[in-house]
Design a protein around this ligand. Sequence first.
Ligand SMILES: Cc1cc2nc3c(=O)[nH]c(=O)nc-3n(C[C@H](O)[C@H](O)[C@H](O)COP(=O)(O)OP(=O)(O)OC[C@H]3O[C@@H](n4cnc5c(N)ncnc54)[C@H](O)[C@@H]3O)c2cc1C
Length: 356
Amino acid sequence: MATPIGIKKRVVIVGGGIAGSVLAYNLQHHADVYLIDPKEYFEIAWASLRCMVEPSFAERSLINHREYVKNATVITAYAVGVTPNEVRTNQGRGVPFDYLVIATGHDDRTAFTKTEKISRYRMEQNKIKSANSILIVGGGPVGVELAGEIAVDFPGKKITLVHRGGRLLEFVGEKVSNKTLKWLRKKNVEVVLGDSVTNLNSSTNGVYKTSGGRSIRADIHFLCIGKPLASSWLKESVLRDRLDERGRLKVDANLRVERCRNIFAIGDITDIPEMKQGYLAQMHAGVVEKNIKSMIAGKEKLDAYKTGMQMAIVSLGRSEAVAQISGVTMIGCIPGKMKSEDLYVGKTRKTLGLRS
Ligand SMILES: Cc1cc2nc3c(=O)[nH]c(=O)nc-3n(C[C@H](O)[C@H](O)[C@H](O)COP(=O)(O)OP(=O)(O)OC[C@H]3O[C@@H](n4cnc5c(N)ncnc54)[C@H](O)[C@@H]3O)c2cc1C
């Protein structure tokens, strides 16, 4: 049935990470927008490791959804299912849609309010401050960025990083891994590759054992293995057969979920063969914004997503970073200038119409 004139189309966006938040902000004056997220706030994910050594940094990197989507409805809940015309939440509510955008990226169940999250960061900072030795498990971007933050802010701490894989930062090239390893070792971080900790939650007297037979003494540990994809809520839904074997949603060139007319997916949850990066998630949001506006206007032709430049910058403390930009690698203050000082927090806030 055609929508009566004057009544806006309803767009439901599930997931308030960078992809869903930017889209909700940009569509709020063009449609009746509903943003569903279990957390009251959007977190600039790539600033989270800085918050562990400097909790006040989170005042700017955690943004309550209601601060930037004043013209949309925020529903603080988990989406638990989807039918052809509504999303079900864990509060038993059905949220009908004309257009649905799935942007659930990764699962993060650590804290539901900004206050709660900041106090968690304070606890973590206190833990770091009071420890002499720290074990970091995982050598992906989370483990490496955390090691860098602690090594730079607390140079007296003994840090050991254990990584199961044969090299650090396996999502980028080997040159980046080697440069990162050298940088960490220069900062006195002990890096153990090709080994894994076997008694993470049952260490005795601060001694951790590894499968390779090592004993590592540490006062505290951080498990930095990345968060799982948040697509399990779709496994019993009408979209269950649009998930690939890794739990990612299969999308077409217009970023519509395969064989769906009015359901889109954006951000890390998609099966687009590219690096999973926030700046690319924002590009997805831009394409879907245009496509929903076109569909509302009754236009047939939709925009196709073309993957952007493949770029990864991993910060190493406050002023340095390691980068791979279109196949070129570099380390030090130049990539550091691009990311490490403010971690794009000011830029991201401006994208959401807020003061930097
Ligand atoms: C250490 C680190 C450094 C990084 N550095 C950079 C960088 O420098 N530049 C860059 O571009 N990218 C960087 N990234 C990658 C970037 O963080 C991700 O690509 C980006 O956050 C993905 O955004 P998203 O919106 O798709 O998903 P997410 O950020 O994972 O957000 C998903 C949202 O969905 C919500 N959600 C989950 N399940 C449900 C549900 N059932 N119902 C409702 N809501 C739900 C979650 O609460 C969350 O708010 C970095 C990542 C890490 C880990």
